[in-house]
Design a protein around this ligand. Structure first.
Ligand code: TXA
Ligand code: MG
Length: 329
């Protein structure tokens, strides 16, 4: 594995069918040539991700939407014009340049134009679409630094483009526009309110919505057990965890710093203060969860922010981190 800031080298790796981890404004992606079944197969192998779980295709700002999607509705063109580059993924009918392996066999494809300058330089130098899930092992917390990528996937990546810490910190918002009405599949780094101000209310995913496996409970989970509670319930939840774990258990609190000041008597071993605003919380959330794992914390009591703006994504990820695990390993 090589690591650095050499865009030309990273583009060569992609052209040769290799894997490049790269920064986006949301989280780091694990990229491969979206038009090559063989290249994309390596992503699934490296992540340990089931092959039916579709990947997002990342495009340069200059790319032609109609090369990558077909039957593109007007609403998609409007959102693309107003919100790309940015943390928005649009699900559309799959176009001719997308390999079937990229979409896990699905007739739809998720497309996004990232805002990160290094991602854009890479996409321009490569010249095609780059299929990329978050660059973590399947089910784990997404990486927001090159160090996170190296510690999760180091040997399985050919090149890591190091662009420092990601700005937004949570994954893109996913909107399905492949079935007539606009549906929110995953809240994320672009506030729902911003999208609804342009195309009107977003529907809720139903049985027929394309499956977005990132919406499984137990996704985005650290090793520590996460208990997500309303802000005012934090002291009580800490006391309960303390009692049930006994003296040997390590209990941490993850909460906005303003609130922490108001709890002088917390029975926690460790308190991680997040910024008070939801943008700051989103930015710091995944690094904080990784740090808590490294410190060997057993239980994290996490305070839920209000679910508006980026708060909707923070609440979603905390509830998933707190969700039932499929296995204890
Ligand atoms: O911000 C992001 O979206 C990051 C960066 C790297 O762009 N990517 C990311 O990818 O979070 P991933 O694979 O970890 O999560 C993408 C989610 C998955 O839940 C996947 O199921 C869903 O998007 N998805 C992708 N293509 C889809 C499709 N055609 N239909 C339904 N869901 C799709
Ligand atoms: Mg992911």
């Amino acid at each position: 594995m090589k690591r650095g800031t050499d865009i030309a080298e990273a583009a060569r790796v992609l052209r040769a069918g290799g894997l490049v981890a790269f920064p986006t404004e949301t989280v780091y992606g694990l990229g491969a040539d979206a038009s090559s079944d063989a290249a994309v197969a390596r992503i699934f192998a490296a992540k340990g991700r089931p092959r039916a779980h579709p990947l997002i295709v990342h495009l340069a700002p200059e790319a032609q939407l109609d090369d990558w999607a077909i039957e593109v509705p007007e609403a998609a063109r409007t959102l693309a014009a107003k919100l790309w580059p940015g943390p928005l993924t649009i699900i559309l009918a799959r176009g001719p340049r997308v390999s079937l392996a990229t979409t896990g066999g699905s007739p739809t494809v998720g497309l996004r134009v990232p805002a990160h300058p290094m991602a854009q330089e890479l996409l321009r130098a490569f010249g095609g679409g780059v299929a990329a899930p978050s660059a973590n092992r399947f089910g784990a917390v997404s990486p927001t630094t090159a160090d996170h990528v190296a510690s999760d996937l180091g040997h399985d990546v050919d090149y890591i483009l190091d662009g420092g810490a990601c700005g937004v910190g949570v994954e893109s918002t996913i909107v399905d526009l492949s079935r007539g009405r606009a549906v929110l599949l995953r809240p994320g780094g672009l506030a729902r309110e911003t999208i609804e101000a342009i195309i009107g209310p977003l529907g809720i995913a139903d049985e027929e919505a394309p499956a977005a496996p990132g919406t499984l409970a137990s996704h985005y989970a650290p090793r520590a057990r996460v208990i997500a509670v309303q802000l005012h319930d934090v002291p009580r939840a800490v006391a309960e965890a303390r009692t049930s774990l006994g003296a040997d258990g390590v209990v941490a609190v993850l909460a906005p710093e303003g609130a922490v000041e108001a709890w002088p008597e917390l029975a926690a071993d460790l308190v991680v203060r997040l910024p008070d605003d939801v943008e700051g919380m989103a930015h710091s959330l995944y690094a904080a969860l990784r740090d808590l794992d490294e410190l060997g914390v057993n239980v994290v009591i996490a305070a839920l922010p209000p679910a508006s703006g980026l708060g909707e994504a923070v609440v979603d990820r905390l509830l998933r981190a707190a969700g039932p695990r499929r296995s204890e390993s």
